[in-house]
Write a protein that binds this ligand. Sequence first.
Ligand code: SF4
Length: 488
Amino acid sequence: MTDVLFTHSYFLRFDPKEFAAMTPYPPLGTLYAAAAVRRSGYSVSLFDSMLASAEAEIVPLLVEHRARILVIYDDDFNYLTKMCLTRMREAAFTLSAFAKQAGCAVVVHGSDPVDHVEAYLQHGADYVVCGEGEETLKKLLAYLLRSQGSVEEIRGLAFRSGELIVRTPRREVRKDLDALPLPARDLVDLERYRRAWTERHGYFSINMVTTRGCPFHCNWCAKPLYGQVYNSRSPRCVVEEMLELKRTVNPDHLWFCDDIFGLKPGWVQEFSRLVREQGASIPFKCLARVDLLLKGETIAQLSDAGCTSVWVGAESGSQKILNAMDKGTTVEQIQNATRALKSHGIRVGFFLQYGYPGEDREDIRKTFEMVRRAMPDEIGISVSYPLPGTKFYDSVRGQLNGKRNWVDSEDLAMMFRGTFIPEFYRVLHRVTHKNFRLWQGWDTARELARRRGRVDRAALRRLAASAYHMVTLPPLKARLEWLSRKEA
Ligand code: SF4
């Protein structure tokens, strides 16, 4: 018998684009919470939805563990959970229903439950843990399993009391992240993850996190859990975990899934020094801001620490749009940071965003121009997505149609009145990708001609893709042109 069965609502199987990409990571936030609860003396187990095929797979575990409480604790460090996808919300409701049938109390935590407290309470949840979760969850378990304290006095909770929904005051976030136990990775079948990665990509990547939150003000970025604060683990603590991972899991690659890696002054420098000193280096990918990357020797230090890839929120090639977003960065910084990263052999990924209010054809042209000039190694494209609690959401609230959330991560529906009709953005998404692949092919051909070198497989693939896009792009561009004349 187990005190608490943990799970989370992100099923890779239900997100077609991500399932095709097959880059699964264990639910880090869930594993942090499970470790914290276990340290408090409760027995825990896990149903890991990430690699499961259906919600019903939890049923045998509910029977086997006879848990008293099911905690559906979404991974706060997985950006896909921050998208509040409705297919995963449905999954959470189904998991709750199975737990109820098995006689469990149900606790939920995550961005979507915080945004939709009432819906979750209507669909089987007894408690919603709001904000940072570990402390609130421990207090709630003490109340439920050890009859300690009173539920009204637990900060950071929402629950039903008769017809009313009670929301207790917000809990302060934890500052001392080093004091947290390491994520309970032993609860996960890491060999399944290793197989999924190596069969598809030829290497095994695992996730870690060094910070919580972000202090910047990009006005479309929702922060329902941590608010505007930023706290960081010490470089020493992070390097110790890397050494531990090397010893126990031996991954080929790390994904630091922080919103922003190494924001604190001097952090990257110290981290880089310790990684080299202690032989902890593992090739890694992280997210960063272009303005921070350009400070001091940050990029060289990242490279020395083993960084192989950095994704930045470039968003737009139009300064007008970056300013409207309160992004706090410039197009020039995007170009400079990309150049500097490449010169250190670090691959660059751009997140691009279309559809922000006020964006017109000229702004879109500038985004194309920025991508062509910078030529990152990868791009990811989205459209502006109004999430509650943001300035952007408030500004378009009156235009929202019935749909408030995407079904899955390739939905990309425009949920407010954009400059162009929604279909325009779907086609623009494809045109941008095709243009990008075409440019990559041209650059490859030019480079091969310059070096007169052997054509390796990757180059051949890029050339073949380029030829394909050269044929398929013109009709798509014509369609985009036609759609741009339709009234939004
Ligand atoms: S820097 Fe990134 S995480 Fe921070 S507010 Fe902007 S988009 Fe959000």
